[in-house]
Design a protein around this ligand. Sequence first.
Ligand code: PMT
Length: 415
Amino acid sequence: MQPLTGKTIILGVTGGIAAYKAAALTSKLTQMGAAVHVILTDHAQKFIQPLTFQALSHLPVHSDTFTEPDPELIAHIDLADRADLVVIAPATANLIGKMANGIADDMLTTTLLATKAPILIAPAMNVNMYNHPAVQANMQRLAAYGCRFIEPGEGLLACGWIGKGRLAEPEEIAEAVVRFVDEQSHQHTESRDLAGVRVLVTAGPTREKIDPVRYISNHSSGKMGYAIAEAARDRGAEVTLVSGPVALPRPSGITYIAVESVQQMYDAVMAHLPESDIVVKAAAVSDYRPAVTHTHKVKKGEDGLTLQLEKAPDILQAVGERKHPGQFVVGFAAETQDLARHATDKLRRKNADLIVGNNVLAEGAGMGTDTNLVTFFSADGGIFEQPLMSKRQVAEKLFDLVLEKRAARKRRVDG
Ligand code: PMT
């Protein structure tokens, strides 16, 4: 199942040069399973044609409030009612101004006033327009109405100025949409089945210094571990997240510990282990580190350079050795072949209760992606293959299984 299957999204496109990026966004959201109903303003059509969006979304494109193809319906009200989410990308200063003031003078703005669906706004404009107090005040007013913003990027703008105002990339907007939909869907079915439980999560890569300017690391983005921490928090757990260096925003409502090296991650995990009920090791931790960290930058010589590496501490193994009977330990196995063999071997060697195996070469799985394709290997011999899901959905499935296994263990202990 795709992460947006069954979702109806209205994509409002307004008249800025970044309108061309909305085509790629339409394609991405459609590929993720959403039904994308595009509404173009008149000015957007100066930059891009409705046919582009129709071809990419396989759905009619709307632009005129008074074109009513179905006499049974009023198009903008029908769309407004059916939407699970509205995304406006790019959102011009003009559109933001109209929205903030309740103006409804075209198909997009009437739909926006009529909808009760959440609204995500991705602004794009000249840096001086973006910083203008009127635009800032309008955005603040919209935020107070409950709209969410996807921050524009900084850089060279089409107008020649350098600064903030460039539309976020289609990939970033699509990721924000998936995160938002996950959050919403969980809030709707929210249960507090982890209330009172203390969950320790590790996420992201580690960095092992070679010298002051170089290090050994990997491509982990932290998305898997952060999704796990957020899922645990939303289910009522008290969460500690030990994170390697990543580009994700810090989740609210949790204890956050930033680390870089394996040793720092090891120390943070060991410090919090005694009071943790569930430990989830989603971080991509270095197995090796330079035997010597040079104090000064290593200079280029005539010949090649040999780096001496030593084994880094295995944090999961240390946790497995120290865990007490009430604790439940989940490790990950990032493999490129023989997933089941390696995952079950790690389960046994590291004394974990569950291993989440992911073949990081599989399409849509592994590092940097918003989705993952995992199999759960349980210490009692259970193997649970999962379909491709968003990382948040993987996290939810993981906690469903952990709770089931903890309850079964408690029943065994209680006799
Ligand atoms: O961060 P993302 O971009 O979202 O990507 C997610 C992910 C691919 C990183 C994640 O799903 C994942 O697989 N994490 C584990 C990566 C890893 O280090 O796998 P491993 O098979 O090398 O290690 C096995 C287990 O031992 C892991 O739980 C790891 O955290 C732990 N380990 C490994 C080495 C070490 N020195 N200490 C450890 O604790």
